[in-house]
Ligand binder design. Structure first.
Ligand SMILES: [Zn+2]
Length: 174
């Protein structure tokens, strides 16, 4: 049984604006530094962004490995990707939906910890909209791209082309 956790920095309850990151667990990227994805880079960079901002929180989400398919199936999906499938096609080929991640528990915890506005560190408009639809007080979204290499080029491209991620500027609700 995996456990999610929250890493809180600064005065998360009362600061005027706090940065948050909803980070899906990634054994291969976060722990072993795999360059097939950008998770490790995103985790470390969002920690730096939060500390220089002054307050924020990282929600480290269990059961989100490989967009929810688990570590074993993610390894199977990597084999299919070696054969030319992209991330989305590989998950579908294995009989999964492309993305089965749920943010409900994290949203409940966030509501408990803070009701002032938060800015979401993410390139994923679906994640952003899920938080907004859940009634969270969202001030905007801050993109996080980097660490592009020959190993994750296609993975990142798939995020843009197939999953609607935005290579964009800071976005504010106002
Ligand atoms: Zn990853």
């Amino acid at each position: 049984m995996q456990q999610s956790s929250v890493l809180v920095y600064g005065d998360f309850q009362d600061s005027l604006d706090a940065l948050i990151r909803m980070h899906s667990i990634c054994h291969t990227g976060d722990i072993f530094g795999s360059k097939r994805c950008d998770c490790g880079y995103q985790l470390k960079t969002s920690m730096k962004m939060i500390s220089s901002h002054g307050s924020g929180a990282i929600f480290y989400l269990a059961n989100h490995e490989g967009r929810g398919i688990g570590l074993f199936s993610k390894a199977m999906a990597y084999i299919l990707q070696e054969e030319g499938l992209d991330t989305v096609e590989a998950n579908l080929e294995l009989g999964f939906v492309d993305d089965s991640r749920s943010y409900e528990d994290a949203i409940d915890v966030l509501k408990f910890l803070r009701d002032k506005p938060v800015t979401l560190i993410s390139n994923n408009p679906k994640k952003y909209n899920a938080l907004k639809e859940a009634g969270l007080n969202i001030a905007g979204r801050m993109p996080l791209w980097g660490d592009v290499s020959e190993f994750n080029e296609k993975y990142l491209e798939t995020k843009v082309v197939r999953s609607g991620h935005i290579r964009g500027e800071i976005f504010n609700e106002q």
